[in-house]
Design a protein around this ligand. Sequence first.
Ligand code: LLP
Length: 430
Amino acid sequence: QTQFADIKGNDLYIDGIKASDLAKQYGTPLYVMSEGHIRHQMNELKTKFMDKYEKALPLFASKSFSCLAIYKLANEYGIGIDCVSAGEISIALRAGFDPDKIYFHGNNKLPSEIEYALSHDVTHFVVDNFYEIENCEKIAGKLGKKVKATLRIVPGIKAGGHNYIMTGHKDTKFGFSSHYGIYLKAIQQILESDNIEYEGIHCHIGSQVFDLFAYVNAMLQFMKFVNEIYNTFGVVTSKINAGGGYGIAYTKQDEPLDFESITSEIMKVIYNEYDSHGWERPAVMIEPGRYVVGNAGITLYTVGCIKEIPDVRTYVSIDGGMSDNIRTPLYDAKYDGIVANKAGETKTKTVTVVGKICESADMITKDLPVTANIMPGDIFAVFSTGAYNYSMSSNYNQLPKPAVVFTYEGESRVVVRRQTFDDLILFDEE
Ligand code: LLP
């Protein structure tokens, strides 16, 4: 990781800019994203995976943070992207993204989305189910296009930071089951199809994963599938997508895996198997989201009311909440934070930081040590908010969405402007 946030004197600095100056200039709540850190992470994907292994392509899982600026950055590094809707694809294309490096995911791609993707030359699909095969067959046939299919198969492995973000176990809505040869039936249909080409298989076990063995086991399981596919159809699978989910540190308790360890273990399992058969090595893909943008984000808020409930707790309210960061209510996420304009002071008070939304679950972080000198008007910074914050934001309680500002080498720029009250009724009929 890059060290883009540091404390000088009594202030927090982000990429060399005083956080409270950013708050003053752009207002709060404010999503600040270190472009330097995002570049660093994308460069890791490029140099430690894409350039290192032949035919390897990292995809950025853009659901974690989707806007024009991020697709432009990904394009600069030559990496691909994972899109989960026609909406995401449309923004990527607007940003000038090469359609051949877009992989279309989703467990219920609408016929209209399939048509949209294909008519814009987005032909790489991570195929999820039989209904999708049927729709691809029809729509690709009608448009005279060919879908290049990677089949999502459930490996039967439980991993991930919360029940809601586990996807690799048997009971999941994602992908083809590996039970009763279900996925083999899907491959057979694709092999018989005129409009869909079989390329490979896809595995995503879940998100915020800290367990290296889960990745190794999933790939070992996938090598069994590769063999079954070969034994059944005589076809060597030429593409393996090993998914994403690499956990990041939100607090000091989190111990993330090293990127190169994950990828080299994955590659070892795959290459060993292919080499042992004398098969041509496959193209391998990974698709991390949070790993690329998660630690890059710092949300700045202004402190409002501070409520001390004797013998219970102290609530510190900030000017945003679950509308800009829903992860604590949804996944019981943990965040670290600091009073940005009093960052040098010792932390002798324990508080619970809450939002201004009318919900008791509207909480950023519980039991956080802060300076006892915290007061209304202070700037409160929450760390590691770069993934699944802006992209999961809403206008609940009609709060305008915050702006997103990129910081880089002492400079800042708005990449998404703050919403106005007019934006709140943009779609209302007067
Ligand atoms: N690939 C697939 C097929 C996925 O479903 C996901 C995430 C990713 C890649 C990227 O996972 P990442 O590397 O970012 O963990 N909103 C939740 C996470 C849900 C992730 C959904 N799929 C959160 O805030 O923790």
